[in-house]
Design a protein around this ligand. Structure first.
Ligand SMILES: Cc1ncc(COP(=O)(O)O)c(C=O)c1O
Length: 316
């Protein structure tokens, strides 16, 4: 039994799905969607707030503010509600109706910016709005997931150690990169503990995280339209890039086997499959992939036939 007095205290579900039966792939998928925020971003949200507390930046009248396209916003809204803090999320039109509703249900204020960059991204506009708000009102406290060391520390201190505990024989870990917090925190942990675990970063085609050309990306979570300061390619053993068409195919394949994962989880599993097919054809390695969230938040996109026909005709 797991019993908590505050929802944000439930962090690690310890749930993995081994894809051997579903895909014939020797890969353990760590499902991070089983907490009250519904994603891995609960870890980040808790650690960002803790960082502000430890720094003395968080005052009783502070209003936390963050730029997020969804999951971090939901997680911060949940932790804020659970700990008696106020939170305002600056997001963009790609944030799903569901995530907007979740944040509002949890008591957060939400501001949607709509000034897109030429490459279709909204990051610059979101960050500019946060800066303006903080300049105009000193009560606003920007947690800044893009540069905050707490983002990597969440995964250095908790995500990676728990995986290492569950899989003492771990050889390779596959991690998606958005801000880079998860990948860098995990890679740094495995580098410091000297276990030789390889960390493979998985990103979306159209993301600039690994020097690729910026392009239109429709699935939130992974990738970036601007370089991310926390992405540290030198720490990762390798990088796999996955086209969104292949992400959608993987998500839908898994769903047909009853495993409804989020969009970025499909990317990470597809990236892991590619890497393992080249580097472990005999399936001898112990491999884990982090699945950041579950599939309900993508019912109107990745799992919707009309969305698919409009955005990726021919993929089915
Ligand atoms: C669904 C999902 N996948 C992956 C990521 C990427 O994680 P990180 O920002 O630690 O690189 C995020 C982050 O927002 C996410 O929401």
């Amino acid at each position: 039994m797991i019993s908590v007095s505050r929802p944000h205290q439930l962090l690690d579900s310890g749930i993995y799905v081994n894809l051997q039966e579903i895909l014939g792939l020797n890969l353990h998928v760590k499902c991070e969607g089983f907490n009250f925020a519904g994603s891995i971003k609960l870890r980040t949200a808790r650690r960002l707030i803790e960082h502000a507390q430890l720094n003395g930046d968080l005052r009783p009248d502070s209003v936390l503010v963050e730029s997020s396209s969804g999951n971090l916003g939901v997680a911060l809204a949940m932790v804020a509600a659970s700990t008696g803090l106020r939170f305002l999320c600056v997001t963009d039109p790609r944030c799903t109706t569901l995530n907007l509703g979740l944040m509002r249900a949890l008591g957060a204020d939400v501001v949607v910016v709509d000034e897109a960059e030429p490459n279709g991204g909204f990051l610059a506009a979101r960050k500019e709005r946060v800066r303006q708000m903080c300049a105009a009102d000193p009560h606003y406290l920007w947690l800044d997931q893009y540069t905050n060391p707490g983002n990597c520390l969440a995964h250095y201190e908790a995500t990676a150690p728990v995986i290492a505990k569950h899989f003492p024989e771990l050889d390779v870990l596959f991690v998606g990169t958005g801000t880079g917090g998860t990948a860098t925190g995990c890679a740094r942990y495995f580098k410091h503990n000297g276990s030789g675990v390889r960390v493979i970063a998985v990103d979306t085609v159209g993301s600039v995280n690994f020097g690729g050309a910026p392009g239109l990306r429709r699935i939130p979570g992974l990738g970036a339209s601007q370089p991310m300061p926390l992405v540290e390619p030198a720490l990762y053993t390798g990088v796999e890039l996955v086209a969104e068409e292949d992400t959608v195919r993987m998500c839908r394949t898994l769903a047909r086997h009853g495993l409804l994962l989020g969009g970025s989880s499909g990317t990470v599993v597809q990236g892991a499959r590619k890497w393992l097919s080249h580097n472990d054809p005999q399936q001898e390695l112990t491999a884990v992939a982090i699945a950041p969230d579950l599939g309900e938040r993508y019912i109107d996109t990745v799992y919707d036939d009309n969305w698919l026909a409009d955005n990726y005709p021919g993929v089915g």
